[in-house]
Design a protein around this ligand. Structure first.
Ligand SMILES: *Cc1c(COP(=O)(O)O)cnc(C)c1O
Length: 425
C-alpha cells in the first residue's frame, strides 16, 4: 500500500506520535553533540548504538570472572562453556534459519574464509567466483586470496556483476545473465544481502535458484542485511552466509560475528573444513589429547573453531532481546520502510538538482539506508550535517550514506536531516 506523506513538520510529529516502536529509542544510549543534545544518529549501518542493558550483562561476566575464575565456565550465571547457545535462537529468527544452522563466532571476514574453506573447492573446470561491484574491500581481499590460495589467478577467476553504464546498482537480470554465461565455470556466487555502498537489497531467493540451476554454490554476506531486512535463508535454500553484529545488531565494536550453514551441509560430517576443538563433538571434546580425531558436531557448530568470546558476545544478548521484544524483523521492517520512504519523499519533494539518491527506489530493493550522491561540494554538505549534529558517513568520492533505523530514529529526525540536505544549493 503506498503511503502518502506530507512535508510539514507537524506531519513528522504525527508519525512519531503514532509509532508503536517509538519507546525503543529509550533503550539505547544516544551520543550527545557539542550542544549537549543527542546527535541525529544515522550511522547504525556502521556501528549501532549501545543498548543500555549491555553494561549490566558485561558487568555480570566481569563479576563472574572475578568471583569464579575457571569455574565460571560451568557455574557463571550464564555458563561460559555454552554461552553461544544463548544467541542461537534469536539469531536464527533474524536470518530465517533453523537453530542448528547458525553459530555465533569469530569476526565476519574470518568466517568468510572459514566458509570458503568448505564451500570454495575449485576444480579445473569450475574455478570462478561471481561477486557484485562495488564490493566491500575485505570481501574482495578474502575472495582474491582464496583464489590465489588454490593456485588460480584472481584476474581470471573473479567475475564481477557491475552496474550498467550510467546506472548505480546492479540489475538482478545481469547477475542471472552472468550465471547463464559463465555458469558451468563458476564454483561460487558470493554476494551481499544489502550492498554496503548503494544500499541495494538483492533478491537472494532468485539468485540462489538461478545459481543452483547451474550447479553453483551460493554464499551471502549479510553485514548490511541482518537486523535491517527480514531474511529466510533456509527457505531460500542459501548454502551459507556470514555477518557481523556491530552494525544493525548494535552489539558493539568488534562484536562476535556469525555464520549460517544450510542444514543439508551442516549435518554432513564429511565436508572438509578448517577445524578447532569447539567444532568437535562435545561428548569427546574434553578427552583433549586422548581424542586426536576430529569428529564434527553435525550442525553449524561443526565450524566453530574456538571457545566462545564472552565479552564480545555479552552485549549482543542485550541487543537481541530488544529485537525480539520489538516484535522481530517484520514489525521493524514495516516502520523502516515508512521511515526511509519518508526520507526519500522529502528529498524528492525538494526537487533537488544537485543530489541523486543512488539507492533503488523500490522498497523491496533496499533496506533502511539511502546513499546520496552529491554533485557539487559534497564535503561541504557533509560538514554542514556534522555541524548540525547529524551523524552520517561519507564515502569517497561524493556519497553520503544515511541509515535511519527503526529502533532508535524518529520521523522528526528524518525531517530535520532532509531540511539540511534540501538547503544545499
Ligand atoms: C562491515 C563489513 C565488513 C567488515 O568485516 P570485519 O571482518 O567485521 O572487519 C566486511 N564486509 C562487509 C560487506 C561489510 O559491510
Amino acid at each position: 500500500m503506498p503511503i502518502s506523506f506530507s512535508t510539514d513538520e507537524e506531519f513528522a510529529r504525527k508519525l512519531d506520535a503514532e509509532d508503536s516502536l517509538r519507546h525503543f529509542r529509550e533503550r539505547f544510549h544516544l551520543p550527545l553533540g557539542a550542544n549537549g543534545k543527542p546527535l541525529i544518529y544515522l550511522a547504525g549501518n556502521s556501528l549501532g548504538l549501545m543498548p543500555k542493558a549491555a553494561r549490566k550483562i558485561v558487568e555480570q561476566e566481569l563479576d563472574d570472572w572475578a568471583k569464579l575464575a575457571v569455574d565460571a565456565h560451568l557455574k557463571a550465571a550464564t555458563p561460559w562453556y555454552t554461552y553461544h547457545e544463548t544467541l542461537r535462537e534469536p539469531v536464527a529468527r533474524l536470518v530465517g534459519a533453523k537453530p542448528n544452522e547458525v553459530i555465533c563466532m569469530n569476526s565476519l571476514t574470518v568466517n568468510l574464509h572459514l566458509m570458503m574453506a568448505t564451500f570454495y573447492r575449485p576444480t579445473k573446470s569450475r574455478v570462478k567466483i561471481l561477486m557484485e561491484e562495488p564490493a566491500f574491500p575485505s570481501d574482495t581481499y578474502a575472495i582474491k586470496t582464496q583464489i590465489a590460495h588454490h593456485r588460480f589467478d584472481p584476474k581470471e577467476a573473479l567475475v564481477l556483476a557491475r552496474p550498467r553504464m550510467g546506472e548505480f546498482t546492479v540489475r538482478q537480470d545481469d547477475i542471472e545473465a552472468a550465471l547463464e554465461k559463465h555458469g558451468d565455470q563458476i564454483a561460487l556466487v558470493l554476494i551481499a544481502g544489502v550492498n554496503f555502498f548503494t544500499g541495494q537489497l538483492f533478491d537472494l531467493e532468485r539468485i540462489t535458484a538461478a545459481a543452483h540451476k547451474r550447479g553453483v554454490t551460493v554464499g551471502i554476506d549479510l553485514a548490511h542485511a541482518i537486523g535491517n531486512v527480514p531474511l529466510a535463508l533456509h527457505d531460500w535454500n542459501v548454502d551459507f552466509a556470514v555477518w557481523c553484529s556491530y552494525k544493525y545488531l548494535n552489539a558493539g565494536p568488534g562484536a562476535v560475528a556469525g555464520a549460517y550453514v544450510h542444514e543439508r551441509h551442516a549435518t554432513n560430517r564429511e565436508l572438509p573444513r578448517l577445524a578447532g576443538w569447539f567444532g568437535n563433538d562435545p561428548a569427546t571434546r574434553f578427552r583433549l589429547h586422548l581424542e586426536p580425531e576430529f569428529i564434527p558436531v553435525p550442525s553449524a557448530d561443526g565450524w566453530q573453531v574456538s571457545n566462545p568470546p564472552i565479552f564480545s558476545m555479552a552485549p549482543l544478548r542485550a541487543s537481541l532481546s530488544i529485537f525480539d521484544e520489538a516484535g522481530g524483523m517484520e514489525t521493524l521492517r514495516a516502520k523502516s520502510i515508512k521511515l526511509t520512504g519518508y526520507l526519500q519523499f522529502l528529498l524528492e519533494s525538494a526537487r533537488h538538482s544537485k543530489l541523486t539518491v543512488i539507492t533503488p527506489r523500490e522498497t523491496d530493493a533496499r533496506g533502511c539506508q539511502l546513499s546520496i550522491s552529491v554533485h557539487e561540494h559534497p564535503k561541504e554538505l557533509f560538514g554542514k550535517l556534522e555541524a548540525a549534529g547529524v551523524k552520517c558517513d561519507f564515502r569517497e568520492p561524493n556519497v553520503i550514506r544515511a541509515a535511519p533505523t527503526p529502533l532508535y530514529n524518529t520521523f522528526h529526525e528524518v525531517w530535520r536531516v532532509a531540511g539540511i540536505l534540501a538547503e544545499h544549493r
